[in-house]
Design a protein around this ligand. Structure first.
Ligand code: BES
Ligand code: MN
Ligand code: ZN
Length: 527
C-alpha cells in the first residue's frame, strides 16, 4: 500500500472510502468529522444519539453514501449531487476510545484496525483525516508517522508458502489476509502549509514499519529454510541495500577468539554457526559514541540434549527474534541516520541434539575466560549472548542492548503487557524506557539482586547456565550481566512478545517484530 499526503477538503474528496474518527463520549463531532457529519445531514450525530456509534476503541461504522442518495429520492446525476453532497462512496467512522488515554500508540492501533477493515471491504483506495491531530492534541507530523506505521504493520501478511488463492480452502487462519488490500491511502489535510511536515512523518513511519516487517519476515520463515547461513545472507542483503559495514565470523574465527560458550550451542547441529556483525557509522569521527545491539539468533531451539517437549518446540523457529529485531532495526537506522555509531550483532546458530552436542554437565569457556557449567542445554541463549557481549566489549562497546527470546518465565512474570528489562545503568535504562514507551513497546524493569544472583553458582566452575525454579528470567539476566560487567547495558527479554496468536493492535498472527522499532527509536533518541 502506498501512503500519500494531499491538501484539500475531505468533504469534496472523491475516494472509495473516507475515514473519519470519533472520540468516545463526543455527542456532536467537530473538525473534519463534524464537516462530514454536516454534509451527511447530521447522520453521524443521529447515530451517536441513538447509541449505535459510541466512539469506543476498535469500533468502525460504515456509511454507504449512495444509499443516502437513494433515500433522498434522487434520480440521476444532479439529484445525487444534491442529496449526497460528499464525494466519497463510503464513510468509515473509526472509534478512538477515550481522549484521556489517547497517544501515538492509539493512532497506530486505530490505523491498523482501519487498514484491515479497508482490506476486508476490498476497496482499491481510501482517504483519511489525520487521527489525533485535532482534539487529540498530538503533533500532526508524528500522527502521520503513526498512521503510516500502524497501517503497514496491521496489513502485514506472510503468504510466501501459500499457493495462489488457496487461502480459504487450505484453511488459512485469516482468509481476508489473502486479498491485497487498498493500493493507496491518502492523508487529506485542509491546511496546505502542513502537508510537507506530514509527508516527512509518513516517510518516517514507513521506515519504522520496515524495521518490524523485516524482522517479521525472518521470524516467520520456517527453520529448514532459515539456517544460520540463510540468516547471515539476509543480513548481508540488508547491509548491502543500506550501505552498512558487514562481516560474518565463521566457526574457525569464533574458535580463535575463544567463543567456547557460543560454539558449545552450535556443536549439536550439522549446520555451521554464523556470527553476524553489521556496522552503521553515524558519528565516524567519534568511535566512542556508539551502541551495540546484540540479538539472540537461535534459528531453531530444540533444547539440545535437554530436549524440549513437542509442544514447547512448536514456536522455536522464532528463537532468532532478537537477531531479527536487530537486523530490521539496522535497516531503518541506516535510513534515518542518527548521529551515533550503531553496531548490530547476532551470534546465529541452531540448538540441536546431534551426536557431537554439548552434554548437560559439560564445562565450556567463554571469550572472557570464564568457565561455565552447562547444566541445561536448553538455556542456550545466554551462552551465545555471553560471547556476543564479550565480542562487543572487546571491540569498544560504550553501551550494549541485548534483545532475546530468552525465557518462558518472562511470560509468567509479565504476560504480554511489557517487555522484561534488566540493566546495570540508570541512565541507559531510563533512555530506553522512554524510547520504548513512545514506540508503543513498553518495557518493565526487573531487579538484579544478590540473592537471585547466587542461584547461578556452580559447584565446579565459575558459574552455571541455570538458576533453579524461581525467578527464571532474573537468573538468566544475572548470567548475562556477568559478561556485560560494568559496561552500560540493558537486557530485553522478548520471549512473550515475539509471536502473536492472532490479530491484536498492530500485530497479526505470527511474528510481531518485537523490539525492532524500539531499538530504532533508541538509536534516534541517543543520536
Ligand atoms: N528459547 C527459549 C525461551 C522461550 C520459551 C522463548 C518460550 C519463547 C517462548 C530458551 O532458550 C529456553 O529454552 N529457556 C528455558 C530456560 C531454562 C532451561 C532454564 C526456559 O525458559 O524454559
Ligand atoms: Mn532453549
Ligand atoms: Zn532459546
Amino acid at each position: 500500500m502506498e501512503i500519500k499526503v494531499s491538501a484539500g477538503n475531505i468533504v469534496e474528496h472523491a475516494t472509495p472510502a473516507l475515514v473519519v474518527n470519533l472520540f468516545q463520549g463526543v455527542k456532536v463531532p467537530g473538525g473534519a468529522t463534524g464537516a462530514v457529519d454536516q454534509a451527511l445531514g447530521g447522520l453521524i450525530s443521529r447515530l451517536i444519539e441513538s447509541g449505535e456509534v459510541s466512539g469506543s476503541s476498535g469500533e468502525i461504522t460504515i456509511i454507504h453514501t449512495s444509499a443516502l442518495a437513494a433515500n433522498a429520492g434522487g434520480t440521476g446525476k444532479s439529484a445525487r449531487a444534491k442529496s449526497a453532497p460528499i464525494a466519497a462512496e463510503r464513510v468509515l467512522v473509526a472509534g478512538l476510545g477515550s481522549s484521556d488515554a489517547f497517544d501515538y500508540e492509539a493512532v497506530r492501533v486505530v490505523s491498523a484496525q482501519v487498514a484491515r477493515k479497508l482490506r476486508a471491504l476490498k476497496v482499491s483506495g481510501a482517504a483519511t483525516i489525520v487521527h489525533g491531530a485535532g482534539i487529540g492534541g498530538l503533533d500532526p507530523a508524528r500522527c502521520a508517522e503513526a498512521i503510516a506505521e500502524g497501517s503497514l504493520l496491521g496489513l502485514y501478511t506472510f503468504n510466501k508458502y501459500r499457493s495462489a488463492k488457496s487461502g480459504e480452502d487450505a484453511g488459512s487462519s485469516d482468509s481476508d489476509a489473502n486479498s491485497p488490500g487498498p493500493e493507496t491511502l491518502e492523508l487529506v489535510e485542509m491546511d496546505a502549509a502542513k502537508t510537507k511536515a506530514l509527508d516527512k512523518g509518513v516517510g518516517r513511519g514507513v521506515l519504522y514499519a520496515s524495521a518490524a516487517i523485516t524482522a517479521r519476515d525472518l521470524v516467520n520463515e520456517p527453520p529448514n529454510i532459515l539456517s544460520p547461513a540463510a540468516l547471515a545472507d539476509a543480513a548481508e542483503v540488508v547491509a548491502k541495500e543500506s550501505k552498512l559495514g558487514f562481516e560474518v565470523l565463521e566457526e574457525a574465527a569464533c574458535k580463535k577468539l575463544g567463543m567456547g560458550a557460543y560454539l558449545s550451542v552450535a556443536a549439536g547441529s550439522s549446520r555451521p554457526p554464523k556470527f553476524i556483525h553489521m556496522t552503521y557509522k553515524g558519528d565516524a569521527r567519534k568511535p566512542a559514541n556508539n551502541i551495540w545491539l546484540v540479538g539472540k539468533g537461535i534459528t531453531f531451539d530444540s533444547g539440545g540434549l535437554s530436549l524440549k517437549s513437542a509442544g514447547g518446540m512448536i514456536t522455536m523457529k522464532g528463537d532468532m527474534g532478537g537477531g531479527a529485531a536487530v537486523i530490521g532495526a539496522m535497516k531503518a537506522i541506516a535510513a534515518l541516520k542518527p548521529k551515533i555509531n550503531v553496531h548490530g550483532v547476532c551470534a546465529a546458530t541452531e540448538n540441536m541434539p546431534g551426536g557431537s552436542a554439548t552434554r548437560p554437565g559439560d564445562v565450556v569457556q567463554a571469550m572472557n575466560g570464564k568457565y561455565i557449567e552447562v547444566e541445561n542445554t536448553d538455556a542456550e541463549g545466554r551462552l551465545t549472548l555471553a560471547d556476543a557481549i564479550c565480542y562487543a566489549k572487546d571491540n569498544g562497546a560504550a553501551k550494549i542492548v541485548d534483545v532475546a527470546t530468552l525465557t518462558g518465565a518472562i511470560s509468567v512474570a509479565l504476560g504480554r503487557g511489557h517487555i522484561g528489562a534488566f540493566s546495570n545503568s540508570e541512565e541507559l535504562y531510563s533512555a530506553l524506557e522512554k524510547s520504548a514507551a513512545t514506540q508503543g513497546e513498553p518495557v518493565w524493569r526487573l531487579p538484579l539482586g544478590s540473592v537471585t544472583k547466587r542461584q547461578n553458582r556452580s559447584n565446579i566452575a565459575d558459574l552455571k547456565n541455570t538458576g533453579g525454579r524461581g525467578a527464571g528470567s532474573i537468573t538468566a539476566a544475572h548470567f548475562i550481566h556477568e559478561f556485560a560487567g560494568e559496561t552500560p547495558w540493558v537486557h530485553l527479554d522478548i520471549a512473550a512478545f515475539n509471536m502473536s496468536d492472532g490479530v491484536s493492535g498492530v500485530n497479526v498472527q505470527g511474528a510481531t517484530g518485537a523490539a525492532s522499532r524500539l531499538l530504532v527509536r533508541l538509536a534516534e533518541d541517543l543520536g
